[in-house]
Structures are given as C-alpha cells and as structure tokens.
Design a protein around this ligand. Structure first.
Ligand code: GLP
Length: 245
C-alpha cells in the first residue's frame, strides 16, 4: 500500500481530487466507485470546482456507490442516494442513469444484492474505488466479522456505526438497523483503491489497518492484500504510526 501523508483534511481532499481528475481526464469513460460519509465530501467539492472552472467532463463516467440504508428511498434526505445527488451528481455533467447506488427499498432485497453484484461483473468492475474507513474498521458497511469472501449483501449495522452516523439523522432512533453494501470481495475486485483517512478519531483504526493482523474482525485489513491501494491520510490520522512524509 502506498501511503501519502498530508497536513490536514483540506490537503487530503485536494490531493485526492487531483488524482481523480487526472484519471477522469485520461480515461473519460472510467468507472468510479464512490463512498459516502464526511471523509470524501471535501474531495467531491474540489471535483465540482474543477468541473466548473476547468470543464473536466463526467458525461461518459459511470459511478457505483458502496452502500445504502435499508428502508430509505432516494427522496429521503438521509439516504445515500439523496446525499450523492446533492453533494456531487447535481453539480456535474454526469448522467444520473450512469450513477448506480443499491436500492434500500427494493421489494426483493436478495435479488437487489444479486443484481448489483451482477451489474458490476457485467460492467467488468470498478476502475478506481474511493473508500473511507469506519472507526471499527468497516469499509462500505461491512462490519467486523464480515467474511472476506462476501459479495453484495444485507448487513445489521453495529451500534457504534449507527451512533457515528446519527449526525446525518434527526436522532439516533431514525438511523436504520440495516444496510445493503458491496461485499469485501466486491470491493477487492476494484482495479485500484484510494482510501482517504482524516482526523484523530481515525488514528486507532489507521494504526490497526497498517500494523494489525489481517483479520475479518477488522474488515479494512484485507486492503493490505490488494496490489493497488493508495492511502491519503492526514497527520492526525497517522498520529499513532511512523510514516515518512
Ligand atoms: C459510513 C459509510 C462508509 C464510510 C464510513 C466513515 O458508515 N458507509 O462508507 O467510509 O461511514 O464515515 P466518515 O467518513 O463520516 O467517517
């Protein structure tokens, strides 16, 4: 894994955006894997600014998001569909029909999982996957204990994850108990992964990721087996680890 140490959240966001923009310009029909949460928001802002000032086009780009809450339709302000539309897609020239997010309200969730996985396979997978990490090591919504061979599936959210994400809802009770997420093996099929980590709250997770065991109890640890992972982490996230900057 290549680790790039940056000063702070802003520098992480700018560096990540520059990397993504370079890829999009070089491969206009790139397939991007996208993440939600607070971590990538700054990166997305830079993509929008660049689109507006330099005209980088997303008209031939396809995106696949990692996950969605069960029970929330795309109109729900706390759904990941709503989040992605409002913080990114609505501000680019991307065609919404090329932005895929698993549905949290499909009648047959088993079929939805199967179809999402098949869609990714048919499209020959993701070229560049953007990832954040949960404090407990989750990637997407793959909580500790998820099988490394998992495909797109339904998960019960850990209480700590519900609490961490309660800030996107009016109160904790509103945070769904379940989500649909790409599995670990789905994520690992991406040709390249860009993991963004920022802040002191992630320093334990970062240490565990870089120096702990590769174990299903810490889902992100599997990334050490991927041959093309770049980590952009700020000083605070790397506080517990010695890295040459
Ligand atoms: C959520 C998302 C993850 C994200 C993680 C970290 O649970 N499902 O994809 O990486 O939380 O979020 P944040 O960036 O807000 O710390």
């Amino acid at each position: 894994m290549d680790i790039l140490k940056v000063k702070n959240y802003e520098e992480m966001s700018k560096t990540a955006a520059e990397y993504i923009i370079k890829e999009v310009r070089q491969y206009p029909s790139i397939k991007l894997g996208l993440a939600t949460g607070s971590t990538p928001v700054g990166t997305y802002k830079h993509l929008i600014e660049d689109h507006k000032s330099n005209g980088t086009s997303y008209k031939d780009v396809t995106t696949f998001n990692l996950d969605e809450y069960i029970g929330l339709s795309g109109n729900h302000p706390s759904s990941y569909r709503y989040f992605m539309n409002s913080i990114l897609f609505d501000h680019l020239d991307i065609s919404k029909k090329n932005t895929y997010i698993p549905s949290g309200v499909a009648n047959d969730m088993e079929k939805e999982c199967f179809d999402y996985e098949r869609l990714l396979d048919r499209r020959a997978g993701i070229d560049l996957q953007i990832l954040g990490i949960g404090s407990n090591g989750h990637i997407g919504f793959n909580e500790p204990g998820t099988s490394f061979s998992s495909k797109t599936h339904l998960v019960d959210l850990a209480q700590s994850t519900r609490e961490a994400n309660a800030r996107f809802f009016s109160n904790l009770d509103e945070v769904p108990d379940q989500a649909i997420t790409m599995g670990i093996s789905t994520i690992m099929k991406s040709k390249e992964i860009l993991l963004l980590v920022s802040g002191e709250a992630k320093s334990e997770a970062t240490k565990q990721l870089l120096a702990g065991n590769i174990a299903e109890q810490f889902p992100a640890s599997i990334l050490r087996k991927h041959t093309n992972v770049k980590i952009i982490a700020d000083k605070a996230a790397l506080a517990e680890i010695r890295v040459h900057s």
